[in-house]
Design a protein around this ligand. Structure first.
Ligand SMILES: O=C(O)CCC(=O)C(=O)O
Ligand SMILES: [Fe+2]
Length: 290
């Protein structure tokens, strides 16, 4: 696995972790297939896509971005949300059967990302000279994965919409497959925004809030957004890895020292505090700080 570009910066105390990796072990031809089934699904007639529509009160399935409040900025996006792990939580009726290979490919992709995530959790522990499994054990065996296919259609009125508004991810890590041609993702460092270049075959990996907590703030979850494009559509696929909601997470012992006191509370079901904070434009990580 090779990291090729830091989207943000490193200093002696923390790493704003948004990186792109190549040589990650997932075959570029397979990534192309994943990209293709996503694009084929979004290309179907609306009536066909609506067979998999999000149900009232749920968040899985096909939808435009959820707009719960009038003063919320309008996100210019079409989405397909699917929980892929644990397998017994899959709502298969919301998994497209068209294109035909969709389900099989998403299943296979989930297994590959799961492996990559394990590898990364061990790698960051080794990099911090900690016991290799300290993050993985806290992440747990019965973890969940949520996949979101995002389609940002070309936007004729950029003055009225944004692509995806600024946020940090609530996950442990997020594995993001960008569109192969169209840029749009940007990260914020201090005030300015930095574009993430398109690198064929690479994954963008974001530290999510839950690694910020587990690493006692050594890794910071970066703020990012997607800007709209007036001419070209863009598709991305994000895989969020979360611990099981019943599992407690907290800063790992080896990272709490006299010189670096504990900065975050013990948290359970972190994602449940995310939605209310997101809608109000607040960062949920603030609620985890001591
Ligand atoms: O589309 C992208 O590049 C990013 C999407 C994203 O940040 C998200 O879904 O959380
Ligand atoms: Fe995100």
């Amino acid at each position: 696995m090779r990291m090729i570009s830091y989207c943000i910066t490193y200093n002696a105390h923390s790493l704003n972790f948004g990186v792109q990796i190549i040589n990650h072990g997932i075959d570029p031809e397979f990534m192309d297939k994943v990209d293709e089934v996503g694009k084929q699904f979004f290309g179907l007639p609306v009536e066909e896509k609506k067979k998999y529509a999000r149900e009232n009160g749920g968040y899985e399935g096909y939808s435009n971005h959820i707009i719960d409040s009038k003063d919320q900025a309008f996100d210019w996006i079409d989405r397909l949300y699917l929980v892929t792990k644990p397998e017994d939580k899959r709502q298969l009726k919301l998994w497209p059967e068209n294109p035909q290979s969709f389900r099989e490919i998403l299943h296979e992709y989930t297994a590959k990302i799961e492996k990559l995530n394990e590898m990364l959790l061990k790698a960051i522990a080794r990099a911090l000279t900690l016991e290799e499994n300290c993050f993985l054990d806290m992440y747990g065996e019965d973890a969940s994965m949520l996949s979101i296919f995002n389609l940002y259609p070309p936007c004729p009125r950029p003055d009225l919409a944004i692509g995806l508004k600024p946020h940090a991810d609530a996950s442990v890590f997020t594995y993001l497959m960008q569109d192969k041609e169209v840029e749009g993702l940007q990260f914020q460092k201090d005030d300015p925004w930095y574009k993430v270049p398109v690198i064929p075959g690479a994954f963008v990996i974001n530290v999510g809030d839950q690694i910020e907590i587990m690493s006692n703030g050594i890794f910071k979850s970066p703020i990012h957004r997607v800007v709209k494009n007036t001419e070209k559509g863009r598709m991305s696929l994000v895989m969020f890895c979360f611990p099981n909601p019943n599992k407690e997470i907290e800063p790992v012992k080896g990272l709490v020292t006299e010189t670096r006191p504990r900065l975050y509370k013990t948290m359970k079901d972190y994602t449940s505090i995310v939605v209310e904070n997101y809608q109000k434009g607040r960062r949920p990580i603030e609620a985890a700080k001591i």
